[in-house]
Design a protein around this ligand. Sequence first.
Ligand code: NAD
Length: 333
Amino acid sequence: PMLRVAIMGLGSYGTRVAEAMQDCKKAKLVGVISGTPSKITDWQSKYGIPKKNCYNYENFDAIKDNDDIDAVYVITPNGLHCEQTIRVARAGKHVICEKPMGINAEEGQKMVDACKAANVKLLIGYRMHFEPKTVHVIQMRKDDKFGQPKFFQGQSGFVIGDPTQWRLDKELAGGGAMMDIGIYSINGARYILGEDPIWVTAQETKTDPVKFKEGVDETIQFQMGFPSGAVANCLSTYNMNNLDRFFMTGSKGWMEMKPSTGYGPIQGRTHKGELTQPHVTHQTLQMDGMAELIFNGKQPIVPVDGEEGVKDMKIIDAIFKAAKTGDKVEINI
Ligand code: NAD
């Protein structure tokens, strides 16, 4: 069967996902949830979406009576994900939710619990977990090609524009660069090293306190320590361009990717040579992979479920605490 998906939030990323889904073999865009009537009619004519599959933010609970929709993909500002995910779960539909899943671990856990209680799946939009070069490197690590991973370096950032956008609003974004882009280095460290951190340290710098208000991080450098003794050193920023790079060295080999998490093509190499896996639009692979997961229980190489999302939120909570206090923060995720 096809996974029949409604997209909630018809902004820039929602539009990208809709386009990518046109090439999916196992997932299909069938509905929309939006607060903007003109966008709904545009999408209806562009994607052939019937009126009965169109909702707004007030009435979408009624999706529970719609047998033509299996899942809702939440692609709204971060601060809205938790409430919207819980409402979708209560309507009995699977939820795919964009990263970061919420604005802290407490929200993430509430979302996991609500989806469990409603007996629906909760998947987080970790598209890199389906990307061929990334999958290849993770498989190499699993096959011990790098030996014991020792050190990961992640750099994630870009210069953010318009100071009035929701990404710079604490309520809607939950933070700044860390929530939006730094999370890629956190998640990347975990899938490249194959472990979860047990401590973090962090240092914050802010050069523009007008643009980056209280609680909205501009630049944070952070370190993570892992049970094996591996360490990671990462940079998250909204104030520097061309930062999209992963590096890892282990006892037997190494890898580097740049770009490592952009829309692609991803590029990189290992001690064995260039990564040559073909580029396929990430969101197309992701949505077909998520359909396989929902219908056949086929897991991607590393998880994309709500619990995976909560781990990243716990690490972000700890990084914010470490940056504020200067302390080394122990975590148990
Ligand atoms: P965007 O601003 O382009 O779109 C957000 C949409 O939400 C807009 O259509 C807006 O109208 C709607 N919205 C609903 N209620 C709103 C409110 N109260 N305030 C503001 N907007 C409201 O943002 P985006 O870039 O599409 O990001 C949306 C989500 O997708 C974020 O969580 C972001 O982290 C995530 N994202 C993920 C990736 C990825 O590669 N996985 C890439 C980009 C964005």
